[in-house]
Design a protein around this ligand. Sequence first.
Ligand SMILES: *[C@@H]1O[C@H](CO)[C@@H](O)[C@H](O)[C@H]1NC(C)=O
Ligand SMILES: *[C@@H]1O[C@H](CO)[C@@H](O)[C@H](O)[C@H]1NC(C)=O
Ligand SMILES: *[C@@H]1O[C@H](CO)[C@@H](O)[C@H](O)[C@H]1NC(C)=O
Ligand SMILES: *[C@@H]1O[C@H](CO)[C@@H](O)[C@H](O)[C@H]1NC(C)=O
Ligand SMILES: *[C@@H]1O[C@H](CO)[C@@H](O)[C@H](O)[C@H]1NC(C)=O
Ligand SMILES: *[C@@H]1O[C@H](CO)[C@@H](O)[C@H](O)[C@H]1NC(C)=O
Ligand SMILES: *[C@@H]1O[C@H](CO)[C@@H](O)[C@H](O)[C@H]1NC(C)=O
Ligand SMILES: *[C@@H]1O[C@H](CO)[C@@H](O)[C@H](O)[C@H]1NC(C)=O
Length: 391
Amino acid sequence: MQYFGLVLAFSWLAFVQGKVPPPSPDGKYTIEAPGIKASFIPYSAAITNLFVPDHNGTLRDLVLGYDTADEYATDKIHPNYGAIPGRYANRIANATYELDGVRYYTQRNNAPNSTMHSGTNGWSYRVWNVTDVCHDSITFTLRDEPFSSEGMPGLVLGRVTYSVKPNTWIISIEAEATTHRTPLMLTNHAYWQLDAFANPYNDTVLNHTFSMPFSKRQLAYDSVAEVNGTILHIPQHSINDFWSSPKHVGANASAKGWIGNCGPGFGGYDCAVTIDHDHLNPKNPQPYSQPVATLRSDWSGIQWDMYSNQAGFAFTSCGFFPKDILPVKKTQGGPGSANDGFVPTYGCLAVEPQDWTSGIDYPEWGREPYQIYGPENGVYRNEVVYKFSAS
Ligand SMILES: *[C@@H]1O[C@H](CO)[C@@H](O)[C@H](O)[C@H]1NC(C)=O
Ligand SMILES: *[C@@H]1O[C@H](CO)[C@@H](O)[C@H](O)[C@H]1NC(C)=O
Ligand SMILES: *[C@@H]1O[C@H](CO)[C@@H](O)[C@H](O)[C@H]1NC(C)=O
Ligand SMILES: *[C@@H]1O[C@H](CO)[C@@H](O)[C@H](O)[C@H]1NC(C)=O
Ligand SMILES: *[C@@H]1O[C@H](CO)[C@@H](O)[C@H](O)[C@H]1NC(C)=O
Ligand SMILES: *[C@@H]1O[C@H](CO)[C@@H](O)[C@H](O)[C@H]1NC(C)=O
Ligand SMILES: *[C@@H]1O[C@H](CO)[C@@H](O)[C@H](O)[C@H]1NC(C)=O
Ligand SMILES: *[C@@H]1O[C@H](CO)[C@@H](O)[C@H](O)[C@H]1NC(C)=O
């Protein structure tokens, strides 16, 4: 009796305080709208599942991840599945940068010398707070104390709201640097497989059709895949040309230069490109009205069109993914499925809308207004919209 009284008292307290409901037993929170159902976890504020119908009406789970929330925190490979990396996504060359005359040293967690996603206590390694959840939306918040990631000064308050509308997924990432000027660059790191590993003929994304109509320039890399400061025009018909017309991700797999294209020792894409169009304003909270990237698979018939307010992408075709180590989720067939049950090399495509990567290493690019925030520099906003269709 006493025990039940206590439980009731606590439930009532939780109710009046507006506490969020608990997740399902697998640790996931699920939201839905017509034609879409998505699940999320507090660890790294990640999307774990995203179901949309294929051209036959069969629901397909399009993002890579794990069956349960627990596996995200224990996985040693840590691919940042579906996560929000931060507070400064992607690389910082030589693990150091200068800001307002002070040199900062960040964690060297990416061989040989650089920082990746702000190190191993970055935002994609943290358990976020769930501050709001309803049937079609969830909000996570993060209090990032000064120097809780090496070399990152000042308090930052981060917030991501994921919501769904009919056939649409909306990602709204905001952050405020309340005490100090600091680098800020965030993104969502969903890895896509539009056949959900169910295509019996092929479990890679090499036959997915991809386009980025406004991405005519790339940030050149040096021999260790660091951005070297040079911005190159992407010639028509070259391996990295997804602007002149859509093509298969693997269309140029036999071309000279495919291996090592954007990183030593592996093939395909792990590149950074700009999004160039006249109407883009990274400070504008509204995404640009035309898709900046489109991905489609003829087998499932599923297509997404992505809208963004950012000035660039990092994107990867998972050519560096170790073979037969990362299991596919049960919702994507799991072990013993038509394919071998593991994510293959080239098994996914991640497209990370963000400002120009490594911009804090190259002040001459003039990206400071979009990558450095402080009490006087407004709110950082990264808005992404995915619209799904099937035919
Ligand atoms: C990083 O260090 C290497 C080797 O010392 C140097 O060549 C390169 O210019 C440095 N990168 C930046 C952005 O300072
Ligand atoms: C890495 O840093 C070391 C010194 O800390 C330097 O000798 C080496 O050249 C750097 N390597 C690259 C690829 O920048
Ligand atoms: C979650 O909220 C609590 C209470 O406000 C706070 O102490 C904690 O730092 C927050 N955790 C994160 C990851 O922001
Ligand atoms: C998948 O398709 C690509 C491109 O046609 C091909 O290179 C690859 O060998 C195929 N993989 C399998 C397992 O059939
Ligand atoms: C993949 O696309 C290539 C052309 O790029 C085609 O030759 C091949 O048959 C396709 N493979 C599958 C499994 O659809
Ligand atoms: C950067 O690398 C590209 C080739 O990937 C090269 O054309 C360019 O000259 C390099 N820039 C610098 C500053 O080394
Ligand atoms: C890449 O593939 C496209 C589409 O098939 C083709 O037009 C282009 O010539 C290829 N480029 C190279 C470098 O192979
Ligand atoms: C759709 O249905 C047709 C007919 O049953 C089947 O051949 C095809 O494989 C299905 N496609 C998918 C993506 O399930």
